[in-house]
Design a protein around this ligand. Structure first.
Ligand SMILES: CC(C)=CCC/C(C)=C/CC/C(C)=C/CC/C(C)=C/CC/C(C)=C/CC/C(C)=C/CC/C(C)=C/COP(=O)(O)OP(=O)(O)O
Ligand SMILES: O=P(O)(O)OC[C@@H](O)CO
Ligand SMILES: [Mg+2]
Length: 226
């Protein structure tokens, strides 16, 4: 995971054709995350996992948002902890309950906890987790806490659905030494992917896969050619 630079995120609640799924998996991306906020079901998750595994060797990662949709068989698991939620539930309690239930099945080396900071007020995840919009100094303080207080492997700046602020991504990156910085949100072009990758350790590309597959594929080349 330390080497990942470009990651595609597939939403199990959305339809993708076999042709487009093949393109995503053979694009040269470093990994495919399966994850979304709403209507995430076990059937949707298993459908994507089996269709990817049948033909491709790209690492497949489940970003867990629903206990009911948790399945074995993934290479890695990402567990969001929403640092800017107003409710302790989304930072601590759902994870605590899940660990209590699955502690004997948890292979620690496969599971990465992510300090999530949701920065788009219109994102479903923002509303779902009752988050507030932090200012720049709040975000930098969350990044500090992710690394120095909680020792999390990943700090995820989540702008899901909209392109974020590269200057803030740069400031956050300068704060982090050990914790990897993931950036996701609104990347639709090679230029945007490269701009965010200048600062983030990895960029995550989601929605554009469903809107314009050719544009999505170009983001991989742009980062690999850097
Ligand atoms: C049984 C088995 C295989 C066990 C293996 C061991 C294992 C992996 C155990 C897991 C233990 C554990 C701690 C699980 C956590 C469970 C859990 C419910 C966590 C909640 C995470 C959370 C805070 C979710 C809130 C929503 C969120 C932050 C989702 C992240 C994804 C995201 C933001 C997607 C973008 O949204 P999208 O849906 O794409 O939005 P649009 O549709 O608008 O584009
Ligand atoms: O869907 P987009 O806006 O590309 O965002 C990617 C990812 O960060 C969503 O969790
Ligand atoms: Mg999405």
């Amino acid at each position: 995971m330390d080497e990942w630079k470009h990651i595609f995120k597939l939403d199990p609640a959305k339809e993708i054709s076999d042709e487009h799924l093949d393109m995503v998996c053979e694009s040269g991306t470093d990994a495919v995350i399966v994850g979304g906020t709403d209507n995430v079901t076990l059937d949707g998750v298993l459908d994507l996992l089996s269709r990817i595994r049948r033909k491709h060797v790209v690492p497949v990662v489940l970003e867990v948002s629903e206990m009911e949709a948790l399945s074995p068989g993934f290479d890695h698991y990402l567990i969001p902890m929403v640092l800017n939620s107003k409710d302790k539930k989304w930072m601590m309690d759902v994870q605590h309950q899940a660990i209590k239930q699955y502690i004997d099945m948890m292979e620690y080396s496969e599971i990465f906890f992510e300090g999530y900071c949701i920065l788009n007020e219109d994102a479903k995840a923002f509303t779902h987790t009752n988050s507030y919009l932090p200012d720049d100094r709040d975000v930098i303080a969350y990044a500090y806490m992710a690394e120095k207080v909680f020792h999390l492997p990943i700090f995820y700046m989540e702008y899901s659905g909209t392109y974020g602020d590269p200057a803030l991504v740069e400031k956050v990156k300068s704060q982090l030494k050990e914790t990897k910085l993931f950036y996701g949100g609104g990347i639709e072009s090679s230029e945007q992917a490269v701009e965010m990758k200048q600062h983030a350790d990895a960029v995550i590309v989601g929605n554009v896969i469903y809107e314009d597959i050719k544009k999505a594929l170009k983001t991989v080349r742009a980062i690999k050619d850097e």
